[in-house]
Design a protein around this ligand. Structure first.
Ligand code: ATP
Length: 880
């Protein structure tokens, strides 16, 4: 059946019958299992993930590594085979470490993608469920609403005002209005099949129910999937900058290596040994692995973020999160709990509170309207599912004896104009024993503007509009979310295109005030933002008074400030005027989602780095424009998620702040890794470069250089990823996005501490030579390794001393340092390694000298940090 392309010609219910499904109940569990076995997963089988072999081969692609292997082989052929073998083994080990890192990063990224995969709402066994879209089978009944991505090819069964954006498939940017009737005629292009919804397109308005007729590669999208190039460049801006920097640095390193080679040969060293030394140094010092290590750090960071409900959809966002200087957040559900309940009903001048005995007839009509003009659905467990505003309304009506399913038996819904955030209201039509009635519910101004009278039992009276608006304002000032409800009787059902006419001439029933308390953790998160130099801003569709009350409770608005801008005011401002206002406005109320993009642009014009939350279809452009688009994982639409770089799995504002903190930590750790690796390289270069200039013999053999590169960079370097956040990470201002990775004295540190390390090596070598100790080379080798261990412990923080941080606060790093120390001791003291590494057991005094030299490095870096701290304190004093 699923092979037939003529679905649009067929009657939907008949087609459902052929698929063996009752459209009102959906498939049963056993049916689904059979069909999954038969049809497979609803997935587009894209490009295979890179195989482990290809990943391993990648590690050998580096030109310098190949040259090194070639040189080692040549030297082996004419000299010592042990040397060659040792070099090849180290190079292979290096590749294996690189491979394991790349593999881990790939796995972490794949796991994130899995988490970010789309979900679908299906009807199965008579119950509405959310399942991963990959689990859909032909015959499933799928429910769609505005904002959903269509998860499979569907033949539509019923719908209300359903429009679809099919540009992903047809390139046509105008949304298409759908219907359910079978189509006649012969040739129908995809865009003309108006009773079908295709996988990959998105619902922009209304809602619909459809029968899955094709999944995975059998869908229309599947047919074109192989034409799509989905292999986008995954590298992050930082990686690209590092790669470009690495290229420039390579040239410098190669030039230095050429000098070293030439000087060595001129001094009478063996050209082959000098070639190996120069190439080993080039391999060790060229930072070709930096971009790869950055991926590992970012991917590990992203994986950690999932544990606190922040799902990263684009890896570069991890590194840029730390730059966020404005967080523009929705109110409902993000800053508030979205656990609403009705607090008060106001109708015809009288109020009624839930729990009080017997509501008056006008309040009963208000509750009836609230329950009927409502899309909440009854769950099998007896509760309500759907939009929290609506579930709260069904709840209060039910508690007062007006049970939605019972009401619907007598007042069946026959037409609807669904809610949208621009109209801020919705209307449903019901066939009742007294004729046709339309109920409208929405924001008070949006409904009252369309009302001409006040409803009363048995008649209508004059509408005291100003009074009602005043009452709504008063409720809003208390932080309540206020909805107005109205009705209108009809003789005849209007056409679906008559929205304007339908939502006019209404008869107001009354107002309902709902309470939606702020999230308990939000106030602390707002404080964190402010101390971290990040400005929290509320952008809401809700009433200005409600918004202000909540913003004050959360600390977004301090008592004195009262700058709240409404959507209407905003529309009246031109871009220049808005740019002026965005500096001070902290709350935007009654804003249309499409206005959010103007706010983002105005902030960006000031150089701000903006994170913006959103959940609806119309939020997508602003989410794309924002530097960090943040979508809601629970309440949000697929469209918003697609447009975002961060998804909040718990819809919680505090999670954004936690993610920013984590982003800052990860960026700091990347800096620490670069500082560590480059200082080590700089130490090696200084040592080998300066030795001949000071009349000393070659201080290190190629195998030593490679070993240092392998062991020191590999283990402790990566353990820096586990470094906890710096103290005060959220007390410093955001990092300017364009700031160089090497800023704040990093360059100077790399050169100076590298020079110190090199100087210490040469001093030790000179001492050994002058005092007749024959272990000079082993000592230099040991000073370099231990010096780097001391260095890595000292640079764990950019400011704090190691004592303040605590030796045990990064156990993986401590373990790596101890392991490296043990390996180095083995290389010196285990006889077989003496042959391989051409080392000699050091005497206690010699080892003591090496340890003392390493200690000097440690003390120097600690002294640098002390200087930094005192300078920061002075600057703070001056500033205050
Ligand atoms: P935020 O933008 O912070 O999420 P919000 O949920 O209030 O806040 P919208 O969803 O744009 O924003 O809603 C705007 C207004 O429309 C609400 O303040 C409310 O008055 C009204 N409204 C919201 N949901 C419904 C609904 N289901 N039916 C009718 N009116 C609604």
């Amino acid at each position: 059946m699923t092979g037939s392309p003529g679905w649009h010609h067929r009657d939907a219910v008949e087609l459902a019958g052929e698929h063996g499904v009752d459209p009102t109940r959906g498939l049963g569990a056993s049916d689904v299992a059979h069909r999954i076995a038969r049809h497979g997963a609803n997935e587009l089988t894209g490009k295979e993930a890179s195989s482990w072999l290809a990943l391993l081969a990648d590690q050998f692609k580096d030109f310098m590594v190949l040259v090194l292997i070639a040189a080692a082989v040549v030297s082996g052929a004419i000299g010592e085979l042990v040397d060659t073998l040792a070099i090849v083994v180290i190079v292979v080990l290096n590749a294996v470490i690189g491979f394991v890192q790349a593999w881990r990063a790939d796995k972490a990224i794949a796991a994130l993608q899995q988490l970010a995969a789309a979900h679908a709402t299906v009807l199965r066994d008579g119950e509405v469920r959310q399942i991963p879209a990959a689990g859909l089978v032909p015959g499933d009944i799928v429910l769609l609403e505005a904002g959903n991505q269509v998860p499979a090819d569907l033949r539509l069964i019923d719908l209300a005002q359903f429009r679809v954006d099919e540009s992903a498939l047809t390139g046509e940017s105008v949304t298409v209005e759908k219907h359910t009737a079978p189509m006649t005629g012969v040739v129908h292009a995809l865009g003309d099949r108006l009773n079908m919804a295709f996988k990959g397109t998105t619902a922009t308005h209304g809602r619909a129910r459809g029968l899955v007729v094709a999944i995975g590669m059998s869908t229309e999208l599947g047919k074109v999937a192989r034409l799509l190039d989905r292999d986008t460049d995954r590298s992050t801006p930082l990686q690209r900058r590092l790669a470009a920097f690495g290229k420039r640095l390579s040239l410098v390193v190669i030039a230095i290596c050429v000098v070293i080679f030439t000087v060595g040969v001129l001094r009478g060293e063996s050209p082959l040994l000098m070639a190996l030394t120069a190439i080993s140094l080039a391999v060790a010092a060229i930072p070709e692995a930096l971009p790869a290590v950055v991926t590992v750090l970012l991917a590990l960071g992203a994986r950690k973020m999932v544990s606190f409900n922040a799902l990263i959809r684009r890896l570069p966002s991890v590194e840029t999160l730390g730059s966020v200087s404005f967080i523009c957040s929705d109110k409902t559900g993000t800053l508030t709990q979205n656990r609403m309940h009705a607090e008060v009903l106001l109708a015809d001048g009288e109020s009624w509170q839930p729990g009080e005995p017997s509501p008056k007839p006008v309040h009963q009509e208000l509750l009836r309207a609230a329950a009927l003009c409502n899309d909440a659905t009854h769950t099998l467990k007896g509760g309500w599912a759907g939009d929290p505003t609506e579930t709260a309304l069904t709840q209060v009506a039910g508690d007062a004896g007006l049970h939605k399913p019972t009401l619907e038996q007598d007042a069946q819904r026959i037409l609807e104009f669904p809610f949208d955030a621009e109209r801020k209201r919705m209307t449903t039509f019901h066939r009742t024993p007294d004729g046709l009635v339309a109920y409208t519910k929405g924001a008070p101004e949006a409904v009252l503007a369309q009302c001409t009278s006040q409803w009363q039992p048995g008649g209508e009276s004059r509408l005291r509009r100003a009074e009602v608006l005043g009452a709504a304002e008063k409720l809003a000032t208390q932080g309540l979310r206020v909805l107005a409800l109205a009705r209108r009787s009809y003789e005849q059902l209007p056409g679906t295109g008559e929205l304007e006419a339908v939502e006019s001439g209404l008869c107001l029933i009354g107002l309902i005030g709902l309470i939606d308390p702020p999230r308990p953790e939000a106030a602390a998160a707002v404080r964190d933002c402010i101390s971290a130099g990040i400005t929290p801003v509320m952008i809401t569709g809700d009433h200005p008074a409600t918004a202000r009350a909540i913003a004050q409770r959360l600390g977004i608005l301090s008592g004195a400030e009262s700058d709240v801008l409404t959507g209407v005011d905003l529309a009246a401002l031109n871009d220049a005027a808005l740019r002026e206002r965005v500096r001070t406005v902290r709350v935007y109320a009654r804003v249309d989602p499409l206005q959010k993009i103007r706010i983002v642009e105005a902030l960006q014009a000031h150089g701000e780095f903006v994170a913006m939350t959103g959940d609806g279809v119309n939020d997508a452009p602003a989410l794309k424009q924002a530097d960090i688009g943040v979508a809601m994982g629970r309440g949000g639409t697929d469209v918003a998620r697609e447009a975002s770089s961060l998804v909040l799995l718990d819809d919680n504002f505090a999670t954004i702040v936690a993610a920013v903190r984590e982003g800052r930590r990860i960026y700091d750790n990347i800096r620490k890794f670069v500082r560590y690796a480059m200082t080590g390289n700089s130490g090696e270069i200084w040592t080998i470069f300066l030795a001949p200039l000071m009349g000393l013999p070659i201080p290190l053999l190629p195998i030593h250089i490679l070993w240092i590169n392998l062991v020191t960079d590999g283990l402790p370097g990566l353990a820096l990823a586990a470094e906890p956040a710096e103290r005060g990470v959220m007390q410093r201002p955001p990092r300017p996005p364009s700031e160089s990775l090497f800023s704040h004295g990093m360059w100077q540190h790399i050169l100076a501490i590298g020079l110190l390390l090199g100087g210490l090596c040469l001093a030790v070598q000179a001492w050994a030579l002058s005092t007749g100790h024959s272990h000079g080379q082993t000592m230099v080798f040991t000073v370099l390794t231990l010096g780097q261990m001391a260095h890595v412990m000292a640079i764990r923080s950019e400011f704090d001393s190691l004592w303040r941080q605590g030796l045990l606060s990064n156990k993986p790093l401590l373990g790596a340092v101890l392991a490296t120390f043990a390996l180095q001791m083995a290389v010196i003291y285990v006889p077989v390694f003496n042959t391989v590494f051409k080392t000699a057991p050091l005497s206690a005094m010699e080892l003591g000298i090496c340890l003392a030299a390493a200690m000097v490095v440690f003390i120097a870096v600690e002294a640098e940090k002390t200087w930094r701290r005192s300078r920061a304190a002075t600057l703070n004093q001056v500033a205050s």
